[in-house]
Write a protein that binds this ligand. Structure first.
Ligand SMILES: *Cc1c(COP(=O)(O)O)cnc(C)c1O
Length: 402
């Protein structure tokens, strides 16, 4: 079994695996069963009273449990609750911890639907929120009020790749005696572990790098302490947000290669970020691994690598970005990230269309910003694809200026 004396790749490969418990199977079986027979009435009663053993799949399932124990271990948490989607993970946290009259401090930019969950839905139940710039640690601390019940952050932030200082955010939350929640989807546990930095809860859209193959939507919430885990699990079970065993099995299979995929995608991203920064059509590049990133030092302090997502803008702005996206051939025009295939998208008209233009500007999401999520293809093929697509941008821009 995995434990914290082992390194990350070993833990990703062995986590949740106990062949002796499953007839020697080295791949955790899929327990495709909604309910589980009790050997006797007394044992059924004991399980409902909290003794280990499955009851009913919405409340727990051996395949799901294997996934939860693997990810909890990767994140240095005490346990985890796997959910049907990443948004179900975010919902689990808010439903478990917030009540009428509470206030949330969150950083911006934030994943679009997470922000909307607070501003459009939880606001209906009397929960208010304040959003502060990701890079402004002092503003985060200053926004905490007596009625603030949690601090919710995302680092690196989507799509600007601004970073939140985990140590500073943790100190601010601890000073107020409230939990710090970190959406760790962008970096993933291989590159950043917020719990050792003081986070109380970490969550993921496992749709992204944990699953890594763009074929599943799933999420997970990891807790640092058992009492918190129990509150989160109760909310996920009661609201019906938990994952099904088949989906859990696919994610667990994806996690077995997490380290190799993340490192390969990161090498591709680092090389492409440097290459883009030198290209004459490119106005600016934002990537935590580049010395030009304003928080490059912080990235080196709190992350073990800069990840696989790059933001950049072409000199020709929005139109040039559109030309680029319409001309890539291997890099795929699609939202999402963290898969083995490289994806490119336009936040202002796609992932971040739901927020107003002035709010986008305020958050640094410029109209021409293009988000590139590097995958695991051969770098030369990715660079050749960008070269031919940017040549068309140059030709198109020339045609327009004639
Ligand atoms: C994708 C994503 C989510 C939402 O996850 P789903 O699996 O699509 O529900 C939340 N946070 C971040 C940072 C994401 O990238």
């Amino acid at each position: 079994m995995a434990n914290q004396t082992l390194r990350l790749n070993t833990r990703a490969i062995h986590g949740g695996l106990d062949p002796a418990a499953h007839h020697g199977a080295v791949s955790v079986p899929i327990y495709q069963s909604s309910t589980f027979a009790f050997p006797c009435a007394e044992e059924g009663a004991a399980r409902f009273a909290g003794s280990p053993g499955p009851i009913y799949t919405r409340m727990g399932n051996p395949t799901v449990q294997a996934l939860e124990s693997c990810v909890a271990d990767l994140e240095e948490g005490c346990g985890a609750v796997a959910t049907a989607t990443g948004m179900a993970a975010v919902s689990t946290v808010f439903l478990a911890l917030l009540r009428q009259g509470d206030h949330v401090v969150a950083t911006h930019p934030l994943y679009g639907a997470s922000r909307i969950l607070l501003t459009r839905y939880f606001s209906r139940f009397g929960v208010t929120s304040t959003f502060v710039a990701a890079a402004d640690a002092a503003a985060l601390a200053a926004a905490i009020r007596p009625e603030t019940r949690l601090v919710y952050i995302e680092t690196p932030a989507n799509p600007t790749l601004d970073l939140v200082d985990l140590a500073a955010a943790s100190a601010a939350a601890k000073g107020a005696g409230i939990p710090l929640v970190v959406d760790n989807t962008f970096a993933g546990p291989h590159l950043q572990q917020p719990i050792p930095w003081g986070a109380d809860i970490v969550l993921h859209s496992m749709t992204k790098s944990l699953n890594g193959h763009s074929d599943v939507v799933a999420g997970i919430v990891i807790a640092g302490e058992p009492a918190m885990l129990s509150a989160l699990r109760d909310a996920a079970i009661t609201f019906g947000l938990t994952i099904d065993p088949h989906q859990a099995w696919l994610v667990l299979r994806g996690i077995r290669t997490l380290g190799m995929r993340v490192e390969r995608a990161q090498e591709n991203a680092s090389a492409m970020a440097r290459w883009l920064e030198q290209h004459e059509e490119v106005a600016w590049v934002r990537y935590p691994g580049l010395p030009s990133h304003p928080q490059h030092d912080l990235a080196q302090r709190q992350m073990s690598g800069p990840g696989s997502v790059i933001a950049f803008e072409l000199r020709g702005g929005t139109e040039a970005g559109r030309l680029l996206m319409n001309n890539v051939r291997i890099i795929t025009l699609a939202v999402s990230l963290g898969g083995v295939e490289s994806l490119i998208e336009h936040p202002a008209s796609m992932t971040h269309k739901g927020i107003s233009e002035s709010e986008r500007r305020n958050q640094g999401i410029t109209p021409g910003l293009v988000r590139l999520a590097a995958g695991c293809e051969d770098l030369d093929d990715l660079l050749a694809d960008m070269t031919q697509a940017l040549a068309r941008v140059t030709a198109g821009t020339r045609a327009n200026s004639l």
